[in-house]
Design a protein around this ligand. Structure first.
Ligand code: 5GP
Ligand code: ZN
Length: 119
């Protein structure tokens, strides 16, 4: 069922505390933790605690939760002090776009110059 934990999902396991992560912020509905393979000096993932496969599923199934993730992305940027220099919020969607974990997550990247368009 939409939003229910998935037994084989890495990020559901992080939410449950079954897989360790460097958590930097948590709310009632979201968790933010450092990416294990950072692509920028500041690289934090923001996820909804509930399981949705990608950002579009999240927005369709739980719009308030999608808003929570976006608000938290902004809060992370502020905490990481990258608002002034600029940062990027990315939702890779689909394997062809680099999505490897099918639990919706926002990458918050900053702390270096970010090229546009991304590769
Ligand atoms: P995607 O490729 O799906 O957009 O993003 C998944 C991200 O999760 C990748 O950037 C990858 O480095 C990160 N990741 C994969 N496994 C783990 C893990 O066990 N812990 C943490 N903190 N990040 C992970
Ligand atoms: Zn999940």
């Amino acid at each position: 069922m939409a939003g229910e934990p998935q037994a084989d999902c890495l990020f559901c396991k992080i939410v449950a505390g079954e897989v360790p992560a460097t958590v930097v912020r948590e709310t009632e509905t979201t968790v933010a933790f450092r990416d294990i393979n950072p692509q920028a000096p500041s690289h934090v993932l923001v996820i909804p605690k509930a399981h949705y496969a990608d950002a579009a599923d999240l927005a369709a199934g739980a719009p308030q939760l999608a808003a929570d993730v976006l608000r938290e992305a902004g809060q992370i940027a502020a905490d990481e002090k990258v608002v002034e220099s600029g940062y990027r919020v990315v939702f890779n969607t689909g394997a062809g776009a680099g999505q490897t974990v099918f639990h919706a997550h926002a990458h918050v990247l900053g702390g270096r110059g970010l090229q546009w368009p991304p590769g």
